[in-house]
Design a protein around this ligand. Structure first.
Ligand SMILES: Cc1ncc(COP(=O)(O)O)c(C=O)c1O
Length: 440
């Protein structure tokens, strides 16, 4: 007699559990041989079992795991709506493009409007501004926090300024007291790119809950992963509807997968110049994309989300260990610090080589690389010096001196939960060795 599918499923999942424990068994750290990574996925048998569980459903597109993830993420953030998309970049695109929706009436963003951002960051925070025909306005950042300089931001606001779109750099919050004051006084939209900041806090509140809409990334380097993935979160019903529409081909229908006639007028509505009763499932009210996830991605995310508090605690602790390690070299490096009232779940430990340090950033990162220690630059450095951005339409406020210094002198080390105290200590010893060769 053939076995029952649920019995077979249990057997498969038990085998997956065993496979994971053998295939990914922890190996001892060998200094100089085992890579010290800047980031990476941290998982156990639960993620693999959940992934296979979803494969065995063979639902494929967003389904029960996506629904569970969205509802758990919304609960974690204490926000009404969390919507999965296929990357952090897609989250930025959806979140920002939602601000152009007719659903927002006169307040919607229009081509030619100005949006304030920074050049020291990740390109896909700025790209949606350009892709929607608006003008990015660049201001400089502060060293140490690597966030927007609030005085410059204030000065940058002109009659055409309609929004602020900024990432919380490497998980460190920007000065939200000052920025929310400006947002309210000038009646601007605030889009929070929290791709590096899931679980970071400001004044006791989670990042992503201050602005009108927020984005998150679940790429493996980030606080939790689903391989490729991202989310948009908001408390605003109209923004949520616009986000879903732009994500789902631009359609007007907001039925979840597998549902029909949620609006109750699937065959009776009148839209645009379409005939009365044209099937609402095929009514398009935005110029949209398809940026949806698969349920397999969400299945990994569901288990990762349960580990988020533990992951964030580990990131905070690793940052502390780096701070203890680097304290003795304050004459050589500008060390990072949390914004006042901020409690970052740090994405990384960024340091800037001081101009008079006696060595270059690249000299040091190359030495670290030779010793199997990974580093990364602060993303695009000065984005405006990147080939794709040389000729964009923009407004630049001040001369971006700190942004240039970041491009030339800043790098970061990892804080991810897979990084151990032993690896941090080894890195400290390697830097000590490097500095000794530069003495005298
Ligand atoms: C601040 C920021 N925004 C957006 C992204 C894009 O996320 P994704 O790689 O998931 O597209 C990243 C990527 O690392 C990022 O650091």
């Amino acid at each position: 007699m053939s076995k029952d599918p649920s019995q077979l499923r249990n057997e498969i999942l038990n085998l997956v559990k065993e496979y994971q424990s053998v295939k990914f068994a922890k190996k001892p750290f060998v200094p100089g041989e085992t890579p010290v990574r800047y980031a990476g996925r941290v998982f156990d048998e639960k993620e693999m079992m959940s992934l296979v569980d979803s494969c065995l459903d063979f639902w494929l597109t967003a389904g029960r795991f996506a629904e569970e993830f969205e509802s758990e993420l919304a609960a974690f953030l204490d926000l009404e709506y969390a919507m999965l998309v296929n990357s952090g970049s897609s989250a930025n695109l959806c979140a920002f493009t939602a601000m152009t929706s007719h659903l927002l009436g006169d307040k919607r963003l229009k081509p030619g409007d100005e949006v304030i951002s920074v050049a020291a960051g990740f390109p896909t925070t700025v790209n949606p501004i350009i892709q929607n025909g608006m003008i990015p306005v660049f201001v400089d950042v502060d060293l140490g926090t690597y966030n927007v300089n609030v005085d410059q931001l204030q000065k940058a606001i002109g009659p055409k300024t309609k929004a602020i779109f900024l990432a919380h750099t490497l998980g460190n919050p920007y000065n939200l007291d000052a920025i929310m004051k400006i947002v309210k006084e000038k009646d601007l939209w605030l889009i929070e790119d929290c791709c590096d900041a899931l679980g970071s806090m400001y004044d006791g509140k989670k990042l992503g809950t201050f602005g009108h809409v927020a984005s998150f990334s679940f790429y493996p380097a980030h606080h939790i992963t689903m391989g490729e993935g991202g989310a948009v979160a908001t408390n605003d019903e109209l923004i949520a509807r616009a986000v879903k529409s732009f994500r789902d081909w631009g359609r007007d229908c907001y039925c979840n997968g597998g549902e029909n006639n949620t609006c109750g007028k699937r065959f009776t509505g009148k839209y645009g110049d379409l005939p009365v009763g044209y099937d609402h499932k095929y009514v398009y009210s935005h110029i949209g994309y398809n940026l949806k996830v698969t349920d397999m991605q969400a299945a990994i995310g569901v288990e990762q989300l349960k580990k988020l508090p533990e992951f964030c605690a580990k990131r905070r602790n690793n940052f502390k260990l780096w701070a203890e390690c680097f304290k003795k070299w304050e004459d050589k490096f500008i060390l990072p610090f949390a914004t006042e009232k901020g409690d970052p779940a740090w994405f990384a430990y960024p340091v800037t080589v001081k101009e008079n340090a006696g060595f270059s950033r690249t000299g040091l990162t190359n030495f670290l690389d030779m010793n199997k220690i990974e580093t990364r630059n602060l993303f695009a450095g000065n984005m405006l010096k990147q080939p794709a951005y040389l000729d964009i339409q923009k407004r630049v406020v001040s001369n971006l001196v700190n942004t240039d210094l970041i491009m030339n002198n800043t790098f970061f080390l990892g804080t991810f939960p897979g990084l151990t105290e032993e690896q941090i200590k080894y890195t400290g010893d390697v830097i000590e060795k490097f500095l000794a060769t530069k003495q005298g």
